[in-house]
Design a protein. Structure first.
Length: 267
């Protein structure tokens, strides 16, 4: 398929539309159907693809999202850079609801998800730095209020953490907690995509404060209240994204015989 988009936005909880005057693409993948048809249109003078991570109507809970189909589909449309907004909880008093962070580290505590495109052979992904520095910098440069860096732990879900679990994560020095950032980031790297998470703190996690703990209604409401802000941030970042050519996110597999298909890359 000819390239139809160069940048993608994967929308998180409460973020189900982004591009006006878009064209929908239904993409078939070796891994099944992605979460929704992919909308493609123009943002900041660039062709951008938008995919709601949970589906158009929040059809898929975090542990049942077809992450492999989503990333493969975006790559097949020509995408090379991905911006991934998501709702997160805060674990420590260094963050507060309403903060936007661009984490630089990830801890994967998911249990049941297909975490790799590798199903045979010896292909070991270098993942010490899970997010693209160039894409992350474009986001943080777009708004001086954004906090750069920090560690996001990703849990299986769909339940929220117990207080003990939350306090354990905070004691490790981790800043944010989320349910969708893994295996999405690793799969993006396996697809040789430049990927950065944009984390909106919607609540403080159960172990970070007293009271009833985290509730779904409050999470959705805060994310909805920040949609306009996120949309503006994404537009500004897309306008200043660096040329991905030569980025280590794309070149890590040079000289390696991959045992899975990367659309547009000769094996």
């Amino acid at each position: 398929m000819p390239a139809v988009a160069e940048v993608a936005v994967i929308g998180g909880t409460g973020f189900y539309a982004f591009i006006e005057d878009s064209t929908e693409h239904v993409v078939e993948t070796p891994y099944g159907a992605p979460s929704a048809p992919i909308a493609v249109g123009t943002v900041a003078g660039r062709q951008v693809a938008f995919l709601p991570r949970h589906g158009k109507h929040h059809d898929f809970p975090p542990h049942l999202i077809n992450y492999r189909a989503n990333l493969w589909a975006l790559r097949s449309l020509g995408v090379r850079q991905v911006l991934a907004p998501c709702a997160v909880g805060g674990l420590r008093d260094t963050v507060a609801p309403g903060d936007v962070m661009v984490p630089d580290q990830l801890v994967d505590r998911t249990l049941t998800r297909a975490g790799s495109f590798v199903e045979s052979g010896a292909v070991h992904l270098p993942f010490a730095d899970p997010y693209c520095a160039g894409v992350s910098a474009a986001v943080t440069d777009a708004d001086p209020a954004i906090k750069a860096g920090g560690t996001m732990v990703v849990i299986e879900g769909p339940r929220f953490s117990t207080r003990a679990e939350s306090q354990h994560y905070a004691a490790q020095g981790w800043d944010l907690i989320n349910m969708t950032g893994a295996p999405e980031a690793a799969l993006a790297r396996e697809m040789q995509l430049c990927y950065a998470a944009i984390a909106l703190v919607t609540d403080m996690d159960a172990g970070a404060e007293t009271g009833e703990g985290v509730g779904q209604e409050a999470v959705f409401a805060l994310f909805k209240a920040n949609l306009e802000r996120l949309t503006g941030l994404l537009t500004s970042a897309i306008d200043t994204l660096p040329d991905p050519s030569g980025c280590s996110c794309a070149t890590w597999a040079d000289g390696i015989d991959l045992t899975y298909d990367v659309p547009g890359v000769k094996q």
